[in-house]
Ligand binder design. Structure first.
Ligand code: NAD
Ligand code: ISE
Length: 346
């Protein structure tokens, strides 16, 4: 491994290579360039060279690449944001490890438990953490308040978590397995984080499909988790609800309950009614969380530290996803198989 010096210590801001310039990557380029101090986009990468070039042109002194490894070899690059599709993450992560570059990797760490384990083992061989996984809900103000309340113990021990995860619609090609791997993966992470417990089993129940769902997509679904602390968690995943983007969570504890995500911003009274608005999508609902996540990553990287969700968190979520997809396909409760938590991850 070639280890670069202290990040951004060449006098200027942290030089970031953003890999994948689709929806999330482009938004991260904007975020780094406009709302994050101490960092700049030094390189962008996309297998679609025209797209990389167009994004680089809008990002100032930035070089476009089609090969992630070539971008990581650029002397202006100190750190990497991976925003390519999940199946491309493992190769990019291993290339970053070979150069000792810190990474903010969009969820999922990788698309399955075996590849996530390979990545985690490769990081362990380095003997130090390089990866933060982009489970951005941990940076959302409401989730942070819920976590603080639950950790404070005022409500007593948590017994159940109810979650609702609704998207207005799905992009073409969205499959039933993606409801688990792309969407419910967020509830897997917040469940583990809020409770500080591991998920041990998954069951998936399917009502009749909504008429809003594309042909062949089993949507909505009800996903149940059991945890090693005896908590039961339910998730309504409903990704063609038609009316907007909603993420809600309610903790039911021994002495009270706490609920987030009702989005009670402005309430408007008008002739014959009252109400508020619903975010159209995740980019709007979690905008501040994505910003806070990026700032935290840049600040930690500049200090030479790695914080936030780790490869262990990415691997554990992948293992729960795997159980979830089997539970969905086989119509039965499936236990989660996890290796022992390595010392590197506390
Ligand atoms: P997208 O399809 O819009 O963009 C992906 C881009 O990566 C495309 O431009 C594609 O050409 C490029 N690409 C494909 N293979 C590549 C490779 N090997 N190297 C470099 N570029 C490559 O996808 P997206 O919606 O932006 O999702 C990207 C990642 O972000 C995924 O991991 C996804 O799960 C994640 N995501 C996270 C959230 C969240 O809320 N945190 C939301 C949406 C997507
Ligand atoms: C998408 O990939 C995300 O990560 C969003 O946060 C989630 O709400 C959506 O369902 C996924 O498709």
């Amino acid at each position: 491994m070639t280890q670069r010096g202290t990040r951004g210590a060449h006098g200027g801001p942290l030089g970031v290579a953003v890999i994948g310039t689709g929806r999330m990557g482009t938004d991260h380029v904007r975020r780094i360039s406009r709302v994050t101090s101490g960092a700049r986009v030094a390189a962008v990468v996309d297998v679609d060279g025209d797209r990389a070039k167009a994004v680089a042109e809008g990002a100032g002194d930035c070089t476009p690449y089609t090969d992630p490894d070539a971008a990581m070899a650029d002397p202006d690059v100190d750190a990497v944001v991976i925003a390519s599709p999940g199946p491309a993450h493992e190769a990019a992560l291993l290339a970053a490890f070979a150069r000792g570059l810190p990474v903010l990797c969009e969820k999922p760490l990788t698309p399955d438990a075996a590849s996530a384990l390979r990545v985690m083992e490769a990081e362990q061989r380095l003997g130090t953490r390089l990866v933060q996984v982009g489970f951005m809900r941990r940076y959302d103000a409401e989730y942070l308040r819920l976590k603080e309340l639950m950790d404070g113990g005022a409500l007593g021990r948590p017994l159940m978590l109810h979650n609702r995860h609704r998207n207005a619609d799905t992009p073409p090609g969205f499959t039933s397995a993606m409801l688990i791997n792309d969407s419910v993966v967020h509830e897997m992470d917040v469940t583990r984080w809020l409770l500080d417990q591991e998920i041990t089993a998954v069951t998936v129940l399917r009502p009749r499909p909504s008429g809003n769902a594309p042909e062949g997509l089993d949507d909505p679904q009800l996903v149940l988790f059991e945890t090693d602390g005896g908590v039961i968690v339910d998730v309504e995943i409903n990704v063609n609800c038609g009316f907007g983007y909603q993420v809600q969570a309610e903790a039911v504890c021994e002495n009270g309950t706490a609920r987030i995500g009702d989005a009670h911003g402005m309430l408007v009274n008008t002739a014959g009614g009252w109400g508020g608005s619903i975010a159209p999508g995740f980019a709007e609902r979690f905008e501040e969380a994505y910003d806070r996540q990026m700032r935290a990553w840049v600040d930690a990287t500049r200090r030479g530290e790695v914080t936030g969700p780790s490869c262990w968190d990415g691997y554990a979520a992948a293992a729960v996803c795997e159980a979830g997809v089997r539970a969905q396909a086989e119509g039965r409760r499936v236990e989660v198989e996890l290796v022992e938590r390595p010392g590197l991850y506390g």
